[in-house]
Design a protein around this ligand. Structure first.
Ligand SMILES: [Fe+2]
Ligand SMILES: [Fe+2]
Length: 236
């Protein structure tokens, strides 16, 4: 078996969440291929390709092609792989990148929801529903920033950090599903209006960023905490 075939075999048996953490270009390639590297991050590449009826050889070839691109062609593919970041670097990236972005987009969605209601395109209570969802997301971000991340940075694995990781991981699924439901229900009502399409576009941007944001937390940072609490015998 050639070295390339051996590498292909190894990749096929590697979980897609791990590949996305080790090879930044994979996030883009998986997204284009419809491979869910966040919620189904523990699936092997072989299983994920089979589920999508994809030729795994073509997916790997696409990944290698992206990685050969120069930094000027695609700067995001050349970033340091998240798996190589320390906990502190990962937390800094999450807070300064994904949390800041989430807050900007949420404010925009709240303002657009008000505009859609004023134009009579949605029910009068729609802005309150969007604000409530936004509050739940803000609450999630604040729990991470004030309760979980400081405990991880303090470096002492505990039952509390492990329990927080579990709860926040479950919230990722709940929040993502709520946003997808919102999009599905709203699209038929507002897609003919420019403000409606802008709202949907903002929501899509939020969802796209959330796939990476939640992947970095659930599959990488939280998984590290869980491994360290198990190793130190403080797991349950
Ligand atoms: Fe977060
Ligand atoms: Fe989170």
């Amino acid at each position: 078996m050639s070295a390339h075939q051996e590498e292909l075999e190894r990749l096929l048996q590697t979980p897609v969440g791990q590949i996305a953490a080790e090879r930044p270009a994979a996030v883009v390639v998986f997204r284009e291929a419809g491979i869910n590297f966040w919620t189904e991050g523990r699936r092997t590449l072989e299983a994920a390709c089979a589920a999508q009826r994809l030729d795994p050889g073509k997916v790997v070839a696409q990944l290698e092609r992206r990685e050969r691109q120069t930094p000027s062609e695609n700067p995001q593919y050349q970033r340091k792989p998240p798996a190589h970041l320390s906990d502190a670097e990962l937390i800094r990236q999450i807070e300064s990148g994904h949390h800041s972005f989430a807050r900007i987009v949420l404010r925009r969605l709240e303002a657009l929801a008000e505009r859609l209601a004023r134009r009579g395109l949605v029910a009068a209570e729609f802005p309150a529903e969007v604000e409530l969802l936004s509050c739940r997301i803000e609450e999630h971000l604040v729990r991470e920033e004030t309760l979980l991340f400081p405990r991880i940075l303090a470096g002492a694995p505990s039952l509390v950090t492990r329990r927080l990781c579990r709860e926040l991981r479950e919230e990722h699924h709940f929040l993502y599903a709520a946003l997808e439901d919102l999009r599905r229900e709203l699209a038929p009502q507002v897609s003919q209006d420019p403000n409606g399409t802008l709202f949907l576009h903002c929501l899509d941007e939020f969802l796209e960023d959330a796939t990476v944001h939640f992947h970095l937390e659930s599959n990488l940072l939280f998984a590290r905490v869980e491994r360290s609490t198990r190793a130190s015998g403080t797991g349950f």
